[in-house]
Design a protein around this ligand. Structure first.
Ligand SMILES: Nc1nc2c(ncn2[C@@H]2O[C@H](COP(=O)(O)OP(=O)(O)OP(=O)(O)O)[C@@H](O)[C@H]2O)c(=O)[nH]1
Ligand SMILES: [Mg+2]
Length: 480
């Protein structure tokens, strides 16, 4: 077992053993041509294996690896001595490495050929091919990062927008863990007090103030629900939303798509029924990744091709998270417009009405449309001139993020698993408050408090089972 394992936090090693008793290796950069490709080795034999393969630039003499030094040389085949590639070797001794084990990295020329040959040489010297996410898993098992931080590593890799990256980085730096940790401390305090009352009912431990317990449990519940809502926002920043652009023919849906994505994606003509297939593109609105879907104009039609387009448009509207209903403000409101407004407002996330062609003399104002919009906000825009587009984007981002009164601003990055744990912990604390308020004995209330604690510990991994760990780390790629 490496020095790193001995120094690992007891907390994370307890009960599940320490995985890092062998040496693992993998190509840690994407397989393809690149400026640089890295083969990473981690474990007790890392230095020994690295030294066996590394030679000075002439390829003749062994080149010693030095801690914290980047050394230039060549990697050779361990049996034949044949040079495989030039490389920079770095050696990071335990516990000051990503895994807290001894780590050696060879930075070679990026390409499948040299990298697979170098990896093959490393494996022939006794290392085992790493499983997906195994380096990060070792960082978790050694206590260098907790589970919330490990999951943040995946989120950083997958971030589609800068906001998503920033939220994920905040978690890697311990953001979610600290928020949850602070609430956990309070839950532990509450549990201690309730248990004292259970254990020493006749002692002169003052009987707990039931109203005070209710107040504290409610307060923790509220704080957890706040984090859960912000986590839902975080998920929006991470996964983005699908927004269908719908409306009757010729109102300017395709023009609006083009204005929103900033390029001529969809065909625009003055012929009603131009768009048939759904045209889609990603864009970012206030940091929220948005997949925009332009659809065929909705109307009754005899044309069989157009009818297929209309059916497809209706499907896309029903599948979307939000809708932009485009209305032509330079024409009177038609029955077709009213029908689309009705259908869109019944969708999962509702939507927004874009009152388009505001550059032309207006027949309709926001006030004329509002009664038919069923609560959807109405934003005047001109797809042609680009006016009102900023306001439209802000409205869509706000709808996507589900701004709720009383919830702190800003998102928190959390996986679905973590969000569920937050909600369950909140529910358990809500049960504590209700129960104690209605006169439940303290020993029963303690069960719910312990349940809340269990769910909070699922988030940081203190009580996560091996199954949960397997599922999380299998999402990583090999070499991470
Ligand atoms: N003046 C003005 N004309 C616009 C505006 N937006 C779109 N148009 C014009 O309206 C006509 C129809 O635009 P499209 O974007 O093709 O409309 P659509 O809703 O996609 O139409 P279909 O695909 O046929 O359903 C074109 O001639 C556009 O130039 C606008 O904001 N102002
Ligand atoms: Mg169109």
């Amino acid at each position: 077992m490496g020095a790193s394992a001995r120094k690992g936090s007891i907390l994370h090693m307890e009960g599940r053993g320490f995985a890092g008793n062998d040496t693992i290796a993998a190509i840690s950069t994407p397989l393809g041509e690149g400026g640089i490709g890295i083969v990473r080795i981690s474990g007790p034999e890392a230095f020994q294996i690295g030294s066996r393969l590394f030679r000075d630039p002439s390829g003749r003499r062994r080149r010693a690896l030095k801690a914290w030094r980047l050394r230039y040389g060549v990697v050779v085949d361990p049996e034949t001595g044949e040079e495989i590639d030039e490389a920079l070797a770095s050696a990071m001794p335990a516990p000051h490495s990503f895994t807290r084990e001894d780590v050696v990295e060879f930075s070679c020329h990026g390409g499948i050929g040299p990298l697979t040959r170098v990896l093959d040489a490393v494996l022939r010297c006794g290392a085992r091919l790493a499983e997906p996410g195994e380096f990060t898993r070792r960082a978790f098992l050694s206590g260098r990062i907790d589970l919330a931080q490990a999951e943040a590593v995946i989120e950083i890799v997958r971030a589609k927008t800068d906001s998503a990256r920033r939220l994920a980085l905040a978690n890697l730096r311990g953001g979610l863990s600290a928020t949850v940790g602070a609430i956990r401390d309070d839950v532990v305090g509450l549990l201690a007090e309730i248990e004292a009352a259970v254990d020493f009912p006749e002692d002169d431990v003052a009987a707990p103030d039931r109203a005070e317990i209710v107040r504290r449990a409610r307060d923790m519940e509220t704080r957890l629900r706040d984090v859960a809502v912000r986590a839902r926002r975080g998920q929006v920043y991470r996964d983005g939303v699908t927004v269908a652009i719908v409306g009757r023919p010729n109102v300017g849906k395709s023009s609006l798509l083009n204005a929103l994505v900033g390029r001529a994606m969809a065909i625009v003509t003055d012929v009603p029924g131009t768009t048939r297939d759904a045209v889609e593109d990603w864009t970012s609105m206030e940091g929220v990744p948005v997949r925009l879907v332009d659809t065929a104009g909705l109307r009754e039609t005899e044309d069989p091709v157009e009818r297929l387009g209309v059916e497809r448009a209706e499907e896309r509207l029903d599948e979307a998270d939000l809708a932009i209903v485009v209305i032509d403000g330079s024409a009177p409101l038609s029955n077709e417009d009213v029908a689309v407004l009705g259908r869109a407002s019944r969708g999962a996330g509702g939507g927004v009405v874009a009152l388009n062609k505001s550059d032309l003399p207006q027949v309709m104002t926001e006030r004329d449309v509002a009664p038919h919009a069923r609560g959807m906000p109405v934003v005047p825009v001109s797809a042609r001139e680009g006016t009102g587009i900023d306001a439209l984007e802000k409205t869509i981002a706000a709808l996507a993020l589900g701004r709720v009164a009383g919830v702190s601003e800003g998102g928190v990055m959390a996986s679905t698993r973590q969000r569920e744990a937050l909600e369950r912990a909140a529910r358990a604390l809500g049960d504590v408050a209700c129960g104690v308020d209605e006169g439940t004995p303290c020993d029963l209330a303690a069960i719910d408090v312990r349940e809340a604690l269990f769910w909070l510990d699922q988030i940081t991994g203190r009580s996560a089972s091996d199954d949960v760990l397997d599922r999380i780390f299998s999402e990583f790629c090999i070499g991470k």
